[in-house]
Design a binder for this molecule. Sequence first.
Ligand code: AHM
Ligand code: MG
Length: 346
Amino acid sequence: MPSRKPGDIYTFQQHLLDMQREHPTATGEFSWLLSGITLATKVISSYVRRAGLINVWGEAGENPDEQPVNIQGEVQQKLDVLANETLKRTLGYRGNVGIVASEEDNDPRVLQEVGRQGKYVVMFDPLDGSSNIDSNVSVGTIFTILARPEWERHTDHSVLQRGLQQLGAGYVVYGSSTVLVYTTGHAVHMYTLDPQYGAYLLTRENIKIPEYSPQYSVNEAYVETFPEPYQKYLQWAKNQNGEACSSRYIGSLVADFHRILLKGGIFLYPPTKKNPEGKLRLMYEANPLAFIADAAGGKATDGKGNILEIQPNNLHQRTPLIIGSKKNVEQVMKFVSEHETVAVKK
Ligand code: AHM
Ligand code: MG
């Protein structure tokens, strides 16, 4: 990679091309696909930035009887719909995307039949945390890219791959600035959208999650309905040898995760009474973030094992998610395994 000086304008595209040069077998198709995703997120960012001005706040549908509800039973926000359409349209023009699947659509959509064309599967949560949009809280887009097996004619089978199979994953947070975090599983890099140039510029290279930080992120209002080990962990986390521990919960997974990636700590969404399987979605929320956490030296588990090893059986499958700094996740798992040992002894 050519050496760079501070202040150089080094774009995501340039970075991709340089990384590609280091892999002589790379064809450039992957970069073409990624440029579709970045284009979509620039469009979404512009909607988010103007949300209060262009009538895109609030729920989709003209009156309450018409409000569209997605497969998760959640009322779609106007921006959910816009973000979803933007991603599908942009990717539709990239000839190499075979299948797209989204949190907002019941079923995966086939864009290209199996063959030399259409060799990738792209899945996304178009606007994570969208229920926060009207209160100006950070939201984001999460995406993952998989290879579509050439021999696989069955759409669902092409989509239902374990997280370990991901070729690339990333997210964009529309926060105080618009940042893109992306990895192919080796190094994790961050790019910031420069509104003046309309380009993502490299702002942090080779991000590593701090190994430990005394900070947790959980919706503590549900604590009474968490399984016992999580309740015990949270009691313990507050009282560790008098060490100050703090709590931060935005309610937008992508924004909570981004803080943890940079500052360390842990995010927990365990099973609850309302969501016994967990609330978050495995394929397009937990898996991409777990892939990034893993590449940055962190960890992600569903409370039983590595998120990335789960064999999915449903596009919209939910999972408990415990993700973040390696030591923090190990501490939670210690509580879970001690609880299991006591249960077996009884
Ligand atoms: P969404 O994809 O429909 O926005 O839902 C997922 C969001 C996450 O961003 C966030 O971590 C979680 O739901 C918050 O849930 P809760 O309000 O139960 O704490
Ligand atoms: Mg989401």
